[in-house]
Design a protein around this ligand. Structure first.
Ligand code: TRP
Length: 332
């Protein structure tokens, strides 16, 4: 009898121990062995939020789902440089398998980390000029991803269709922002070929928008806004002033048209995000970022804000309406 009791107790101890060892094993499988994907977003505004959603969709389409076989660690720096640095540091400390930077400052912060952790660029306007890669075809290092290439020629066609007599156009952007500066230069080059006079209006923070908008009002007949993170964040304060001054704003992306811009020919932010997520998936599967060419999306849609055009007493050209009906949308 005593022997039987001892056996039963021993068996119990064995089973309990086995159970704990097993559940411990599961716990390690659940967190530590799942690769971490660190996503760093520069700031919140509708376009970058859409890129973020696209990234999640792109990863998913190629088999990577949060909590299932990857752990997505998402951080938003809220436009703060010191956040960008500390959040990038944290991804490295956590041993992220791949990191993704949404907008130039985030990608730059991630790329500045020591070590070889891959960095996937999410919609970066000037990957070479901002020092992220040496070549789009052969990035050659730990950084690759998606370049945000504005269809500036089509955007100028659209602006001139609305305003055939246009002579002076302002470009509003942030002087310290590498991405906007490069878009400004390209815009200026192409606009000058059309004999337009291009006036730069630079800001250093959203606080400057109001005053600069008032200055522009007397000097130009239209305003172009590139993919500038600061202007995108303070877009409504710009539109308030420009509407009062009857000054039409033609932005680079659909989100800014939805917030009061007149019209745009644009690249889908979601699609750029999706392409970014798919490149991250390739890297998760073992491909070296140095061997993945930087991707550019050449697929354009047109969006018109009919209400904004009406308020500004702007006639919407039939050709542009057709363009938007064929591929794009009209906001009534
Ligand atoms: N191209 C920007 C950069 O390189 C990021 C960006 C993408 C953006 N889409 C945008 C900025 C729309 C403003 C609005 O930083």
């Amino acid at each position: 009898m005593k022997k039987l009791v001892t056996t039963i107790i021993l068996l119990f101890i064995f089973l309990i121990t086995a159970f704990f060892v097993e559940s411990n094993d599961n716990a390690t499988n659940n967190s530590a062995s799942k690769p971490i994907v660190g996503i760093l977003q520069t700031v919140s505004h509708p376009s970058l939020d859409e890129i973020h959603r696209g990234i999640i969709a792109g990863l998913k389409e190629d088999g990577y789902v949060n909590h299932k076989n990857i752990t997505i660690d998402f951080e938003n720096a809220q436009g703060d440089q010191s956040n960008l640095k500390s959040m990038s540091d944290r991804f490295i400390q956590k041993n992220a398998k791949v990191t993704i930077g949404i907008a130039t400052p985030a990608a730059q912060a991630l790329a500045n980390e020591p070590g070889k952790t891959p960095v996937i660029m999410g919609a970066i306007s000037d990957p070479i000029g901002s020092g992220l890669v040496h070549s789009l075809e052969h990035p050659g290092g730990k950084v690759t991803g998606v370049k945000d290439m504005q269809p500036i020629k089509q955007q100028l066609d659209l602006i001139q269709a609305f305003l055939p007599k246009l002579k002076d156009i302002g470009v509003l952007y942030t002087s310290s922002d590498d991405s906007s500066t490069s878009e400004f230069k390209e815009f200026k080059r192409l606009a000058q070929q059309r004999k337009l006079r291009v006036h730069p209006y630079t800001i250093t923070s959203t606080n400057d928008i109001q005053q600069v908008a008032q200055t522009m009002a007397g000097q130009v007949q239209a305003v172009y806004v590139p993919t500038d993170n600061t202007v995108a964040s303070g877009f409504s304060s710009l539109i308030k002033i420009t509407n009062q001054a009857h000054l039409p704003v033609f932005p680079a992306v659909d989100a800014m048209v939805k917030s009061g811009g007149v019209a745009a020919t644009y690249v889908s932010q979601f699609d750029m995000g999706k392409a970014t997520g798919k490149i991250a998936a390739e890297v998760l599967k073992g491909k070296n970022p140095s061997e993945i060419p930087v991707k550019v999306i050449h697929n354009y849609s047109t969006i018109i804000n009919e209400k904004a055009a009406n308020e500004l007493h702007l006639q919407i050209p039939t050709a542009i309406i057709k363009q938007a009906q064929k591929k794009g949308s009209i906001i009534k």
